[in-house]
Ligand binder design. Structure first.
Ligand code: ATP
Length: 268
């Protein structure tokens, strides 16, 4: 589905990404993890075609990303940022309809006769019915992010790129958001690549994790292969305990308090 071959990107003298090679198969759910500034968003911007690599190749369904025109790319791939929609005066319904842009003909008319049904099913699924006529500027961050997901769903892409999509959400909305994406992915066989800062969420929802550190790809594999105390220390510089999730067995991270900061159990 997506192939990244020796892709590198620098900003001035800073090597944001150094020779990354990576293959994503259709229907996989990948989490991209790594410390601040490790190149996660840069990798996503190369895959989405927003930026071009300095060298190397990125292809989607066997064709270079750069060879797609905007509409053709939008039918294949959608991007959702951490703050997916600004608080503007468009209503939720209008914004979700904007997701249909790649499917409009030259007169701005919908080519797909089932679009109305699709809109309704998205509204129902995301429980946006009551918010449909509200302006984005009157919604909470969590509600706006649900509307942003609706817009991306209306786009009916094959690949979704999510850049820290749950950053501003409270714990309930984080879970709800990831469940909605996971349900959509299972039903449609969607390919998902999500930059994640919350490693426990990443472990719960992603099939595979790609780890970046200082612009280099340092590990990839199932969460059970990746999330261990050694990686946490070498990549993230934190001391942790890894425990198995009682329901699913996937690794979950517990931070250790840092004794270097002068704290000790005995309080001395
Ligand atoms: N447009 C740009 N111009 C200059 N430097 C940039 C630009 N975009 C990113 N960088 C730099 O490239 C490096 C990687 O940035 P990137 O945003 O990809 O990291 P990240 O892993 O997504 O970080 P975070 O977790 O903090 O969001 C950083 O040092 C960043 O400052």
């Amino acid at each position: 589905m997506i192939e990244v071959q020796n892709a590198a990107k620098s900003y001035g003298r800073l090597h944001a990404l150094k020779e990354i090679s990576w293959k994503v198969e259709p229907g996989e759910f990948w989490g991209v993890i790594g410390p601040n500034g490790s190149g996660k968003s840069t990798l996503l911007s190369l895959i989405s075609g927003i930026e071009a690599p300095d060298h190397g190749e990125i292809s989607l369904s066997g064709q270079p990303i750069a060879s797609y025109n905007r509409k053709a790319l939008s039918r294949k791939l959608a991007v959702l940022q951490q703050d997916g929609l600004p608080p503007v005066s468009f209503t939720v319904r209008e914004v979700i309809e904007m997701g249909r842009f790649p499917f409009l003909d030259w007169r701005g008319r919908e080519k797909d006769g089932h679009a109305e049904k699709l809109m309704q099913s998205i509204m129902d699924r995301l429980e946006l019915g009551d918010l449909a006529d509200r302006q984005l500027s009157s919604l909470s961050g969590g509600q706006r992010q649900r509307a942003a997901l609706g817009k991306v769903m209306a786009q009916q892409p094959e690949v979704v790129l999510l850049d820290e999509p749950t950053t501003y959400l409270d714990i309930r909305y984080q879970q709800q958001f990831m469940e909605l994406v996971a349900g959509w992915q299972r039903e449609e066989g969607l390919t998902v690549i999500s930059v994640m800062h919350d490693l426990n969420l990443a472990s719960l929802y992603c099939d595979r994790l790609l780890v970046l550190n200082a612009g280099s790809l340092v590990a990839m594999g199932a969460p059970s292969e990746i999330l261990n105390s050694d990686t946490m220390e070498s990549v993230f510089d934190v001391k942790s305990h890894i425990v198995a999730h009682p329901d699913t067995g996937v690794p979950q991270l517990l931070l250790q308090k840092d004794a270097k900061n002068g704290w000790s159990e005995a309080g001395d």
